[in-house]
Design a protein around this ligand. Structure first.
Ligand code: 6PG
Length: 246
């Protein structure tokens, strides 16, 4: 399910982050040249923190932060100062270190006890930003994604309703195993991107990746396999541990 040209295996997380940072700079340059801005849907969790810290370190190429617009691919249903907040993770690793204008970061207001209201508010913000009419979906210049050991991506977990959502852009998705809502972009948004990059690290993801590589077709059993950009690029950046060792 993952053509060889879409899978890039790196000996270490550090080399994976370096490659991801280089791609980020390239995508930013292309987008700004073509459209005067660079729109990104960020991945949460722990893996991408290394990329965000690298981008903040100025150790990579020039990034026109004044032309970058950041969104969150998903968010936990927690306040922004919670240890589990994806916003907090990105803020600490990146936002507080780079000159990105405050109104260029679109935080999910996940502190709202009404998860559905929080999702609809974010959906409205995305529609307004991209000037979408009903039925239209945004085209992010770059969507960054991770994958859990169960093959979930963003907050699209196996067996959850959001996997089947084809009309909404951003929803509150009940995740039974966590007994909580997660807030997430839906597949039409993720698959509408110009470029999608998975960053996957850690031996615990190896079985899911092996399944996704071997399954003959996308399957809801492994939501990450459903990421098949309609016309955009798809790249899996994985470390050796995930790829199944040496
Ligand atoms: C989240 C992420 C989620 C993440 C995977 C992998 O909110 O947790 O969006 O989809 O990418 O769970 O997480 P790790 O990178 O922490 O392994």
């Amino acid at each position: 399910m993952i053509p060889r040209h879409q899978l890039r295996v790196f000996p270490s997380r550090e080399e994976l982050f370096q490659a991801a940072a280089s791609d980020f700079v390239s995508f930013a340059g292309e987008a700004v040249s073509a459209r005067g801005r660079f729109t990104v849907s960020l991945s949460g969790g722990s893996t991408p923190k290394g990329l965000y810290q690298l981008l903040a370190s100025n150790a990579v190429g020039p990034i026109p932060w004044e032309k970058v617009f950041l969104f969150w691919g998903d968010e936990r249903h927690v306040p922004p100062d919670s240890p589990g907040s994806n916003y907090r993770m990105v803020s600490e690793a990146l936002l507080t270190h780079v000159p990105i204008p405050a109104d260029h970061t679109f935080r999910v207001h996940a502190e709202n006890p009404d998860a559905d209201a929080a999702a609809r508010l974010y959906e409205r913000a995305v529609c307004d930003f991209f000037s979408l009419t009903p039925g239209q979906f945004p085209c992010f210049d770059l969507v960054l994604l991770g994958m859990g050991p169960d093959g979930h991506t963003a907050s699209l977990f196996p067996g959850t309703a959001a996997l089947h959502e084809r009309n909404r852009l951003f929803v509150a998705n009940w995740v039974e195993k966590f007994k909580t809502y997660r807030l997430t972009f839906t597949l039409p948004v993720l698959n509408g991107a110009a470029n999608v990059a998975f960053l996957v690290s850690g031996a615990d993801k190896a079985p899911a990746l092996k399944e996704i590589i071997s399954v003959p077709a996308p399957t809801v059993d492994y939501p990450a396999s459903l990421i098949q950009p309609a016309s955009g690029t798809l790249t899996w950046l994985v470390d050796q541990e995930v790829a199944g060792g040496p």
